[in-house]
Design a protein around this ligand. Sequence first.
Ligand code: HEM
Ligand SMILES: Nc1nc2c(c(=O)[nH]1)N[C@H]1C(S)=C(S)[C@@H](COP(=O)(O)O)O[C@H]1N2
Ligand SMILES: [Mo]
Length: 443
Amino acid sequence: MQQDEGRRDDGPSGHGTTREGPGRGRHRGSRRPPPGPTRPEFWRSPVRGVRFTSVLGVVLLVGVPVLFLTGLLSYAAYNPDLRGNDTTPDRGWLGFYLFAWPTDPHWLYRLTQGVHVTLGIVLIPVLLAKLWSVIPRLFVWPPLRSLSHALERLSLLLLVGGALFVFATGVLNVQLDYVFPGSFYPLHFYGSWVFAAAFVVHVAFRIPVVVRALRGRHWAEGAEERAGLAAPRPAAATVSRRGALGLVGAGSVLLFAVTAGQSLGGSLRRTALLAPHGQDTGPGPNGFQVNKTPAAVGIRAEQLGDGWRLVVRGRGRQEVFTRARLLELPQDEASLPIACVEGWSTVDQRWGGVRLTRLAALVGYEEAGTAPGVFVESVQRRGAFRSASLRDNQVRDPRSLLALRVNGAELSPDHGYPARIIVPAAPGVHNTKWVTRLTFGEV
Ligand code: HEM
Ligand SMILES: Nc1nc2c(c(=O)[nH]1)N[C@H]1C(S)=C(S)[C@@H](COP(=O)(O)O)O[C@H]1N2
Ligand SMILES: [Mo]
């Protein structure tokens, strides 16, 4: 409204004058900025200030590293070194940290990915408030003062661009049901490395500012102005700084309340109003979260009927099973959750079926502890998750099953009938449904 009120001292004759007088000004190149957002007086909110920015910065300082770490863990959980799993080609040395994803504790991926997605959503108000608080700095005049200033601004571009990109791709993937099938992983993965690098640089330079701003209740006179965050001519306050922080916090709490239920599962799932796949999963043993139905991935009912066969290949041997023959093999049980990359997960479900080690033994890996990794293929012919590789440590876990039943009933077609994979601590994507071929020793 009154952005330039009382300060129109830059008429034609005013152009070219500098704030600190001609001599110093020319030396520094700091000419009076043109009217508009490049002028400090343009920004009127009395809420902005180093302290406000610093409090939000500290929240991000804790939250963003946890996001980055759980994101790296999620990537490791995909065992991207194995055939068919890697959706991020040429990751090069960015994969330096990869390790064999364990099967214990069985809720591991439920926890890491639940934290990753929930925290990411909860931090959105904080990120937006942080960006709002520093907007005046993005318009500093002159835009490029020197080579080092140019480099600093480039790092800010990577920081702000990286943050927006990583948060946006994450939210879109969760909410819009894989909007970038296949390409989401590389985009999100490379984006977060760029964001992380810029974040480290940013934090390194701002820590002293944060410490100064937050130490004690007062700080040196003029510090606010020097940082260029506080409005030189603030408008009347409509909310205190504390009140503004409270609003941001309330936004985060609200998002948490309508998101977290999807990772807690059970009856709390109904509180997850932002969950992408609906809250009502129906009654009965198969009444838990379904990701894709057979129809959604182009599987016809007859492909899952009497004509269905399971082919198991191993050391030069091959066995073909009907479902009835699989049910004649010794049956085992395991209580395991489904935990999706989207952050939702189920409580433990009681799965029944044939241990993967037993199937490996039938095709040449009889000795205990010698079962190799397995390449799993589904009846499904199109779509991203029709196959997956499991590592030997996953195959060898006695809880890893080719499941035929769940919670005492036959699997429903939605949950993978006639047979699906279930592995402790594995991401949902690797619990392939409608399995038709297992190839041991070829991953
Ligand atoms: C999501 C990550 C973050 C983004 C996108 C971000 C973005 C920005 C931007 C664009 C600025 C203005 C740059 C300038 O001074 O010209 C800024 C300033 C600032 N940031 Fe961050 N920031 C982030 C995280 C953090 C963290 C974790 C801290 C805490 C250490 C922090 C503390 C500060 C402080 C104190 C300032 C103002 C100080 C000054 O003007 O020198 N930021 N931030
Ligand atoms: N063949 C096939 N298997 C699949 C999928 C798929 O799209 N096709 N989706 C996977 C994903 S992403 C998840 S989270 C789980 C979900 O299992 P549910 O629908 O039984 O809960 O199945 C996995 N198995
Ligand atoms: Mo998933």
